[in-house]
Design a protein around this ligand. Structure first.
Ligand SMILES: O=P(O)(O)OC[C@H]1O[C@H](OP(=O)(O)OP(=O)(O)O)[C@H](O)[C@@H]1O
Ligand SMILES: Nc1nc2[nH]cnc2c(=O)[nH]1
Ligand SMILES: [Mg+2]
Length: 186
């Protein structure tokens, strides 16, 4: 069965990226990651909770054997504005010193979460540290963070689905969509 915007009642405004487009993009990204880490041990680190779907599908699209770990962070801010102050809610289970580490994210928006993660994980002396994100918004393209693999550059709209939530809902949609204004009080 195929879920589309109509199955969401009136909550969704549109489907921005279909499941088929996500699958094709992840296959493309996985081939690049495979090529980069051929013959190396790779640890992929997912940032909870949004990156759960990307981690699960990217990992299965890879030919490279990987180990997987997770971090959960919360960023403080006033209202919807992120301040860049980040707190670790769940740290990695493993020591990454000397390991090849790939951070996997669902979305980079202001880039503050990722900047903080790169500096935090970078200080643990991994052999290498790179980032793969499914989505990137225009704000992030302006900040100087080195993101090696990007799935889709998307417009500055609030998106949900495929791991991304609004008030913890919509994470299990198989596609990425935009919300109708009435859902978020717009
Ligand atoms: O570039 P930024 O402006 O920092 O925003 C991106 C981050 O925000 C979202 O996570 P969130 O903190 O909402 O938690 P979640 O993954 O549990 O939904 C998303 O999954 C990224 O981790
Ligand atoms: N769900 C969701 N979370 C975000 N965090 C930063 N940008 C977004 C977005 O567009 N959607
Ligand atoms: Mg997240």
């Amino acid at each position: 069965m195929r879920v589309d915007a109509k199955d969401m009642g009136t909550d969704l405004k549109s489907v921005l990226i279909t499941k088929e487009e996500i699958d094709a993009k992840l296959a493309e990204l996985a081939a690049k990651v495979d090529a980069e880490y051929a013959g190396k041990d790779l640890l992929i680190v997912g940032v909870l909770k949004g990156a759960v779907m990307v981690m699960a599908d990217l990992a299965r699209a890879l030919s490279t054997p990987v180990t997987m770990d997770w971090m959960a962070v919360s960023s403080y801010g006033a209202g919807t504005q992120s301040s860049g102050v980040v707190r670790i809610l769940k740290d990695l289970d493993t020591d990454i010193k000397g390991k090849h580490v790939l951070i996997v994210e669902d979305i980079i928006d202001s880039g503050l979460t990722l900047s903080w993660l790169l500096s935090n994980l970078g200080s643990r002396e991994p052999a290498s540290l790179e980032v793969c994100t499914l989505l990137r918004k225009p704000e992030a393209a302006k900040v100087a963070i080195d993101v090696k693999w990007i799935g889709f550059d998307i417009p500055n709209e609030f998106v949900v689905g495929y791991g991304l939530d609004f008030a913890e809902k919509y994470r299990n949609l198989p596609f990425v969509g935009t919300l109708a204004p009435h859902v978020y009080g717009g």
